[in-house]
Design a protein around this ligand. Structure first.
Ligand SMILES: *[C@@H]1O[C@H](CO)[C@@H](O)[C@H](O)[C@H]1NC(C)=O
Ligand SMILES: *[C@@H]1O[C@H](CO)[C@@H](O)[C@H](O)[C@H]1NC(C)=O
Ligand SMILES: *[C@@H]1O[C@H](CO)[C@@H](O)[C@H](O)[C@H]1NC(C)=O
Ligand SMILES: *[C@@H]1O[C@H](CO)[C@@H](O)[C@H](O)[C@H]1NC(C)=O
Ligand SMILES: *[C@@H]1O[C@H](CO)[C@@H](O)[C@H](O)[C@H]1NC(C)=O
Length: 776
């Protein structure tokens, strides 16, 4: 304790130094004309007929923050902006607020009236940065994209003012060259790289080898993406974040550098010897700087960078022997090698390890890490600020700037939820807090293509001067933009009240009874009432306004129906648990009903392309140039969303509520599990849960990866089906699910020791401690 007080006294709070993050130095690689043209191209691709005039003028930056102004004159929209990205952002502001349109990830509705509304508005961004991406997003959501999809996505970033984002770069192609120069054999390189679906974790030192070897077509394709997309980002004034060396090295280094100190990395999740436990290079060895420089030179290809580099040496890894001096030396080595490569460098670091393992990260060690880098040369991502904010725990990170980020989902798992209340409040409070070092907002989801509403709201906190006061009115507008009609206001009132009101400390991992491995020990929970969700569904299915006939409406109709059935299935699961002690007949009836709910989920999901597993697999196979590559790509696609590892190391972590997944994976395993139990009950036979699970592993889970499956075609009109399912399931009366246990009172946080995570002990992922108060 004394030591802690002393530390505070000695160091004190340091002032914020933002010289290295000045946007007029970072966002101006491309000339105003180039930025203007890039912005115009995006705008014209959205609305070819609209007359839009753009001026990009970097002197418009206000207090180093992006600015745009919109003005309509006659039939023309005039945009003046500090950067290309700000101009496109301004255009979307116009579309959203004056034309009631929406350009979301999966659906878009753009309607510009022939007589333009009168507009004269200037918007100054609240912060220096709008940041985008988690280090995992590329593996869960962008995995199979090619230049075309990336280009569309960069346009989406610009439309939302995102001016700092991870660049898609051909990291492994660069590493392969570096490794060869260092003396690794082709075989060693092949054994090191994972397959495409697991690269995020290879890069952070969590796993190696699984799903590989990485095909040649992959490297070529990634190089092509890098070339096109990084250039596009520069043209728009978006800062592309390049990767840097973190210290994790392949096992072959033991052979090549026998005299170098190599630390060992402890097993991550359940990966065994073949795939786990890489090596960590002594940060004091001159080799650290040498490799760092080789990699940066190779990966940037000698071209400009955005001066901001990402490196996560400690993300869910335990390095042994572990010490504060290793932490300090690593921080210094990463910073020094970066600044020797680029004197303007800033190191971007995720704060995740402080959240996930507070025992490894007592307060003094966190402070050592963050203060070993000169002030302003480190930029922190407060990664899941909506649930586990860390900026206050670590004294606004001791003067280093940070970005308030919403992580929202893990593994791109599907299910409707969001922390609307928190994100509409905490962002504004953190920004205006005395001594705040917050310099941006960010989206850091592990995956996208879901719950667009929370991302849309979060992005608005980049320019709104205060929280949305009337959230129901805001949701009404959101629905109007998305559907083009007003009929869904009532439905959205109930969605706000139910799925989007999450505000608890329970870990939100997107795994529900239906998508989890069958067991009688699951403990479903919820934070809202079944009746509120059913009201939302009712108000959706009875909408009979042809103005609402659009992709966005259909998407949400499917999603809400799915969500209501998911809730019903969990209630029925609890009934199954009870009925195990009843008659075989009663139990049989409940089981049939539970499986029927899953069957209906599959039916409703098959109504929309967006909820099909087919594209995921098809896009993967499109990368293949021969049969062995095809096998690799398909294995990667299927394994990631099911077993996640050769032996189900983190089974279902990235599960997907897609139609075919229900038909070929979730229903078969629950059906086997429950029906073998029922048979045993009927015949007075012994039944063993573990044996049954092992059997399911072989006949369903492992088989899924190797067998092709067909797309499920819709059975009837989506609205007819939704009404039918609503009427079938609404009338069934069952108890609500147990509520989540801990509520977050504003300003009063609970320590992890007070949080009862017992409902999550069956979670097959590693049970971790979650920090809300640091250990001194
Ligand atoms: C397929 O392509 C890979 C390169 O990724 C090559 O190593 C392999 O030999 C090829 N296999 C066949 C069957 O042509
Ligand atoms: C390692 O050190 C030993 C003993 O000092 C020396 O003989 C050997 O050449 C060194 N090996 C390498 C690869 O530097
Ligand atoms: C902010 O902190 C400074 C220094 O601790 C103090 O002088 C000032 O009064 C505080 N301002 C507010 C609004 O609390
Ligand atoms: C929807 O409205 C049309 C015309 O107003 C009517 O004919 C039809 O029966 C309505 N459908 C439902 C399901 O209410
Ligand atoms: C369960 O019910 C179904 C449908 O009525 C029936 O076909 C099946 O034999 C029953 N199973 C048992 C074990 O009673």
């Amino acid at each position: 304790m004394n030591q802690f007080i002393l530390l505070l006294l000695v160091t004190g709070v340091r002032g914020l130094n933002l010289d290295y993050l000045d946007p007029t130095k970072l966002q101006t690689k491309a000339s105003p004309t180039v930025q203007r043209n890039a912005a115009l191209r995006i705008i014209q691709s959205i609305s070819a007929h609209q007359a839009v005039e753009i001026e990009v003028d970097p002197t418009l930056f206000s207090d180093k923050k992006d600015v745009f102004s919109l003005k309509t004159s006659k039939d023309k929209l005039i945009i003046r902006a500090s950067s290309g990205v700000a101009a496109v952002w301004g255009f979307n502001h116009f579309l959203k607020n004056y034309c009631k349109s929406q350009i979301a990830w999966q659906v878009q509705r753009v309607t510009i009236p022939s007589t333009l509304p009168e507009v004269d508005e200037t918007v100054v961004a609240n912060d220096r940065f709008r940041y985008y991406q988690n280090v995992c997003t590329v593996s869960y959501s962008f995995l199979w994209w090619k230049v075309k999809e990336w280009t569309t996505h960069v346009a989406w970033m610009a439309l939302n003012g995102i001016n700092l984002a991870l660049a898609p770069v051909a990291q492994e192609a660069a590493w392969a060259k570096v490794y060869r120069q260092l003396g690794m054999t082709e075989q060693e390189i092949d054994q090191h790289f994972t397959g495409p679906a697991f690269l995020s974790w290879l890069r952070m030192g969590n796993v190696h080898g699984w799903g590989g070897p990485l095909p040649k077509s992959w490297h070529e394709g990634q190089k092509n993406i890098q070339k096109n997309i990084v250039e596009l980002m520069f043209e728009l004034g978006i800062v592309p974040v390049f990767p840097a060396f973190s210290g994790h090295v392949p096992k072959a280094f033991e052979r090549i550098f026998p005299n170098t100190t190599l630390y060992s990395v402890v097993k991550w999740n359940r990966f065994d010897e073949d795939y786990c436990c890489g090596l960590y290079l002594d940060p004091n060895d001159p080799l650290f700087k040498r490799i760092s420089k080789m990699f940066l030179t190779e990966v940037t290809g000698g071209t400009d960078t955005g001066h901001i580099y990402t490196s996560d040496p400690f993300n869910e890894v335990k390095i042994q022997p572990w010490s504060t001096s290793l932490v300090r030396d690593t921080a210094r080595a990463i910073h020094t090698s970066l600044s020797e490569f680029d004197e303007k460098s800033v190191w971007l670091l995720q704060n995740w390890m402080f959240v996930s393992d507070p025992v490894m990260w007592p307060m003094a060690r966190v402070k050592t890490l963050l203060t070993s880098v000169p002030n302003g040369r480190l930029l922190l991502l407060d990664l899941q600020s909506e649930q586990w904010p860390q900026y206050n725990l670590y004294d606004m990170y001791y003067g280093q700037p940070f970005i308030w980020s919403m992580l929202h989902n893990f593994g791109a798992t599907l299910g409707m939820f969001g922390n609307i209340v928190t994100i509409n409040k905490d962002v504004y409070e953190a920004r205006s807090q005395n001594g705040s070092t917050m310099i941006g907002i960010g989206l850091t989801p592990e995956g996208i293509n879901q719950n667009y509403v929370v991302y849309d709201l979060m992005l608005e906190s980049a320019w709104r001067k205060g929280p949305v006061v009337d959230m129901e009115a805001w949701a009404r507008e959101y629905a109007r933009r998305r559907y083009g009609c007003d009929a869904a206001s009532e439905a959205w009132k109930y969605l706000l009240k139910s799925v989007y009101s999450f505000n608890s400390l329970n870990k939100m991992r997107g795994k529900y009874v239906v998508t989890r491995r069958p067991s009688f020990r699951l403990k479903p929970w919820a934070w809202y009432k079944s009746s509120d969700l059913m009201e939302a569904l009712k108000n959706f299915v009875y909408i009979n306004d042809t103005n609402c006939d659009c992709e966005g409406f259909k998407y949400d109709l499917v999603d809400v129906t799915r969500q209501a059935l998911q809730y019903r299935a969990e209630q029925l699961y609890l009934k199954v648990l009870i009925d195990r002690y009843s008659t075989v007949k009663t139990l049989n009836a409940t089981i049939i009903q539970f499986l029927d709910a899953m069957q209906d989920m599959s039916l409703i999901l098959s109504e929309s392309e967006h909820f099909s597993a087919i594209n995921w697999v098809k896009d993967a196979s499109a990368w293949a140039t021969n049969l062995s590559e095809l096998n690799t790509y398909e294995l990667n696609a299927k394994n990631q969303i099911t077993l996640w590892g050769p032996k189900g190391e983190i089974t279902d972590y990235a599960c997907k509520q897609w139609a075919e997944m229900f038909l070929y994976y979730y229903i078969p395993r629950w059906s086997l599990f429950l029906n073998t139990f029922l048979e045993a009950q009927a015949n007075d036979n012994v039944w063993n849960e573990k044996t049954t699970q092992d059997y399911i592993r072989v006949v369903v889970e492992e088989t899924f990866t190797t067998r092709p499956f067909d797309k499920i075609t819709p059975s009837m009109d989506v609205r007819v089906l939704a009404v039918k399912l609503y009427e079938k399931w609404a009338s069934i009366v069952l108890d609500d699910l147990p509520m989540s246990m801990v509520k977050v009172d504003s300003g009063k946080r609970t320590t992890f020791a007070d949080v009862d995570f017992s409902s999550e002990v069956d979670d097959p992922t590693v049970v971790m401690l979650w920090s809300t108060t640091p250990i001194v």
